[in-house]
Design a protein around this ligand. Sequence first.
Ligand code: C5P
Length: 231
Amino acid sequence: MGNPVFLALDTPDLTRALTLAKAVEGHVGGLKIGLEFFCAQGPEGVRQIVALGKDVFLDLKLHDIPNTVAGAVRSVAQLGVRYVTIHSSGGPAMLEAAVEAAAGRVRLLGVSVLTSLDEVDLAAVGQMGPSGVQVERLAKLAAKCGLDGLIAAPPEIAPLRRIMGREMVLMIPGIRPQGSDKGDQKRVMTPEAAMAAGADFLVIGRPITAAADPAAAAARIIAALKAGAVS
Ligand code: C5P
């Protein structure tokens, strides 16, 4: 089994990010950095994370006119990261421009409906109806436009896998090992259950980064995944 865990380095601090990444080096398959890190450390900071030799997922959630997003994707493709996120709600022209700009040098993951939005928030921005319908609509659009995968919440894994087949990569945050603190995550799944439901990769932050011994916490997650116990 390849290691499916991407460690979320949710910090603006380069030294902290590098220290955490090195501490768990043998126990995670990849590293995720997002806007907080990118806005503080820029492309040079990203290059330093890439230089650690793991697959890097740059969570930028791009969303703009097609020409601008294509330019951003071309810039990202120079950084050596493996995955970058893009809002599927940017529409077909934006998604197709991004796919063309990526030219296979970086893999594009579609973001559908942010899990921080409930039905009241969605209605406030003009989206009526259940968010699950919108998630499926955007997933199909992402696939049609040639994106490589989707970032999705745990309850969406099984339905998306049914719709998408094995083609699309499913990258899943909101993961909590048995017995760990949920924090602000509401709809969580254990690593084993998420993999059993059809996830390809798991984004895990605080259960590892906030542990007294991050390496041991990551090692326990991998041991549970290898045991394959679904709970
Ligand atoms: O610490 P935790 O495991 O909750 O971190 C999860 C990571 O996944 C964070 O970087 C967070 O921004 C990201 N994420 C999330 N839920 C989403 C989308 C992204 O937790 N729906």
